[in-house]
Design a protein around this ligand. Structure first.
Ligand SMILES: Cc1cc2nc3c(=O)[nH]c(=O)nc-3n(C[C@H](O)[C@H](O)[C@H](O)COP(=O)(O)OP(=O)(O)OC[C@H]3O[C@@H](n4cnc5c(N)ncnc54)[C@H](O)[C@@H]3O)c2cc1C
Ligand code: SF4
Length: 447
């Protein structure tokens, strides 16, 4: 039999450039003015606005929609961005179907909510197109804050602190700021370098010094930051990925989904990216859906997602699952990988069908099946790199914080994916950063 390496079919340019650029165009093209006005007119302007309660950042949704109706886009954008400085990105990436739009009263009358995400994009796009400044800094306080991590949590915290008059230094491990907005989110959700345009606008408020390519643990310690700054915010996300724990995991063609996605997001020519003909994705969250859909859109012929539990437990929303299925991805529930096969390069994965045991854990039923694969992506979650967190309490692999984002160390706050109790969404990371900044501000003024 020919070796697995000889049989593997992973290559670039599986489909033509035109098809790739169509596949990676804007997932939801922006609303025109007339579409936006019609969509805005559908809002009931509810007094108790359940949509606002359902938005993790508490945006005054009826308020910004009302301003769209009167063509006051600058005012509308300000209403959004004062609560959520990444309102532009969130308009593109929030799973609105389980947040603001799920709570919309229109659902009960017409089974179709207001298009809150799209209206939010309509109101904020002009700000990022021309760099309109909307916020000013308060008089300087003379206090300095170190923010570790330049993702949504860190940048949200830095912007609010700068607005409040503090001077901020953002220490960011990656070469570019934005965190997973730049390196993780599916390419068709954030086209035209939007992540960097948004960061540039956020930094334009002044008072924020950004240092890329520097990492906590490698270039400095938490103790040094605590000594040099009046307060510290940690928003480092989740830096490592879980392993499957199977033999042969180092076979060529078996890769972490987030590494491939980061490469994809940074590629100047998507056609150059090697992609397998038969791709298997293991996992059930947003990352699993994203790697599967993007593989298909790069030209993979057969893409299978395999998840060890049922659809109700899947981290990816119904909308994301529908997107995968519309894109031609097959989702298999109730199965877990038990063996990776191949000679040098992966060629198949053997799965055990699963069911829940008495403790609610998926266990093998004894029934098995195999799927052929040229590429296998692991999308089973990320973990905190906590070895250099110098005494911060960590529980269940996340930093422990109180409701205000305070950690167990005096003068140190944390937020975003790296803390316990979040839901690993951009909008939640932004809210954590904002809440922590308000707490830090109180702390600095009382000091
Ligand atoms: C593939 C994928 C797709 C996703 N899609 C969506 C989506 O569609 N919608 C949605 O709402 N959410 C989505 N998410 C989740 C969302 O991206 C995250 O919840 C959000 O980015 C978390 O923000 P954060 O600031 O906590 O962390 P991150 O975005 O991870 O940013 C962390 C930052 O910290 C820096 N850093 C890390 N370690 C160090 C260190 N030691 N020292 C200094 N800096 C450090 C990094 O360079 C990075 O800039 C997705 C996640 C993934 C992985
Ligand atoms: S930030 Fe997200 S959840 Fe909040 S209103 Fe906007 S789209 Fe909805």
């Amino acid at each position: 039999m020919a070796s697995g390496a000889a049989k593997s079919d992973v290559r670039s340019h599986r489909i033509g450039d035109d098809e790739i650029s169509r596949n990676f165009g804007d997932l939801h093209p922006p609303l025109s003015r007339s579409e936006a006005l019609i969509a805005a007119d559908r809002c009931y302007f509810c007094y108790d606005a359940p949509c606002t309660t359902a938005c993790p950042t508490g945006i005054d949704i009826p308020g910004f929609i009302q301003k769209i109706r009167s063509d006051n886009l600058r005012g509308s954008a300000q209403t959004i961005l004062i609560e959520n400085i990444m309102g532009g990105m969130c308009a593109r990436v929030c799973p609105t179907e389980v947040l603001c739009e799920e709570a919309c009263v229109r659902n009960t009358h017409e089974e179709k909510p207001g298009e809150i995400g799209q209206l939010q994009r309509y109101a904020t796009d002009p700000v990022f197109a021309d760099g309109t400044p909307l916020f000013e800094r308060a008089p300087a306080t003379g206090k300095t804050v170190a923010v570790v991590g330049g993702g949504p949590a860190g940048l949200s915290c830095a912007h609010r602190l700068a607005m409040l008059g503090h001077d901020v230094v953002v220490f960011n491990r990656d070469a570019k700021p934005g965190g997973l907005n730049e390196y993780g989110i599916a390419a068709y959700k954030t086209i035209d370098d939007f992540a960097q345009r948004e960061v540039a606008w956020i930094l334009s408020i002044g008072g924020i010094e950004l240092r890329n390519n520097v990492a906590l643990g490698r270039d400095f310690t938490l103790a040094e930051l605590r000594a040099d700054y009046d307060a510290v915010f940690v928003g480092i996300g989740l830096g490592t990925t879980h392993a499957l724990g199977l033999e042969h995991e180092s076979l060529a063609g078996v890769e972490d989904a987030i590494h491939y996605i980061a490469e994809l997001r940074q590629a100047s020519d998507l056609g150059e990216l090697p992609v397998g003909r038969r791709v298997v994705v293991i996992g059930g969250g947003m990352t699993a859906i994203d790697i599967a859909v993007q593989s298909k859109r790069l030209g993979a012929e057969v893409v299978d997602i395999v998840y060890r539990r049922g659809p109700e437990q899947m981290g990816a929303s119904q909308y994301e699952r529908d997107l995968a299925q519309i894109s031609g991805v097959t989702i298999h529930y109730w199965a877990m990988p038990v063996e990776l096969g191949g000679d040098g390069h992966v060629s198949k994965v053997r799965f055990a069908r699963t069911e829940l045991d008495g403790n609610g854990r998926p266990v093998a039923t004894g029934d098995e099946f195999a799927i052929e694969a040229d590429a296998v992506f692991k999308a089973i979650g990320q973990a905190l790199e906590d070895e250099w967190l110098d005494g911060l309490d960590v529980s269940g692999g996340r930093i422990v914080v109180d409701d205000a984002g305070r950690t167990s160390l005096e003068g140190v706050w944390a937020g975003g994916d790296c803390v316990a109790g979040g839901d690993d969404l951009t909008v939640t990371a932004v809210q954590h950063g904002k809440v922590a900044a308000l707490g830090i501000d109180r702390f600095l003024r009382e000091a």
